[in-house]
Structures are given as C-alpha cells and as structure tokens.
Design a protein around this ligand. Structure first.
Ligand SMILES: [Zn+2]
Length: 166
C-alpha cells in the first residue's frame, strides 16, 4: 500500500450518514415541522456538511467537556467550545474544496494512527484463537493455535524443537 495515501476506510467513514443523523437529531430535539425541515435542507444546500475532521472535532469537544467535569476545571469547558465552533463553521462553510482539502490532510495525518489501531484490534481478535512464542534459539516469533494442550513446536527457520502449552 502506498504510504502517502490515506487509508480509504478513513475517507469513506460514514460522513453522509453522519450528516443524515445530524439532521434527524436536530429534527427530533427541535420538533421541526415539514416546512422547517425543508428550510433546513435548503439552508444546508451548497454547504460542506460533515466529514471525518468535523466528527473528530465533536469528539474532541466532548472529551474536553468530560475531562472538565471530572477534574472540575470550568476553563476547560470553555476551551471545549473551540473545536465545536470550528466544526459548526466547517459544516456551514460554502468553500467545499478548501474544507475537503482540510479533511484530506487530516485523514493523511490520522492514517498511520488508524492503521495502528486496526492492527491492535486484529491482534486482540487473534489473541482469542492464537498464541505467540519466540523460538528459544533464534528468537523468531511463532504463531500457534490456542487450546491444543502441550505441543511440540518446530521453528520453521532453524528447526529447533521446543514444548509449549497452548
Ligand atoms: Zn528458531
């Protein structure tokens, strides 16, 4: 995979669905009628809407608010409004290409973190079914299925045999 390309998963991560949810949440909590909903849709037309960066900003804002409440730091609550404000500004922006570029840069930045997270997730899933051992001779990492009892493992690299409980 080309390292300079952001992970496609990240770019395809539900921005349009998030936008629909956003509209639905607004409709639910403000009890908008059909006319106001149409107005809202018209108002949002030609505007950028949500993307991954905006969602990250919302999460950041919630995180600030949450920490502020836990640590009793009212100033942090105020700081938490900054990413929220940025998010709203980006959603309502009509400079689509500029906002897309920001999101692209953000995805590029997050791509290695995201793939690390994905790898950790896979390793966690794998830990349920497999165990890892190091060959006592050449330190090669060996992956062995779990729950097979005591087995003799042969290192594929140096052919050393050793016994392990799996
Ligand atoms: Zn070995």
């Amino acid at each position: 995979m080309n390292k300079r390309e952001p992970s496609l998963n990240i770019l395809a991560f539900l921005p349009s669905k998030a936008y629909n949810i956003f509209i639905a949440v607004i409709a639910k909590y403000t009890k908008l009628g059909e006319m106001q909903m149409n107005w809202l849709r018209r108002f949002m037309m030609g505007r950028y809407g949500t993307d991954q960066l905006s969602m990250a900003l919302i999460i950041l804002s919630l995180l600030f608010t949450w920490i502020a409440r836990l640590a009793n730091l009212p100033l942090l609550t105020l700081i938490g409004y900054v990413p929220l404000g940025l998010c709203i500004y980006r959603m309502l922006s009509k400079d689509i290409s500029k906002r897309s570029m920001e999101n692209y840069r953000f995805a590029m930045l997050m791509s290695p973190i995201y793939s690390k997270f994905k790898k950790a997730q896979l390793r966690f899933m794998d830990a349920k079914t497999h165990r890892y051992f190091k060959c006592p001779n050449c330190r090669t990492k060996l992956r062995v299925p779990k729950h097979k009892g005591k087995i003799i493992i042969t290192c594929p690299k140096c052919k050393t045999e050793f016994t392990k409980r799996t």
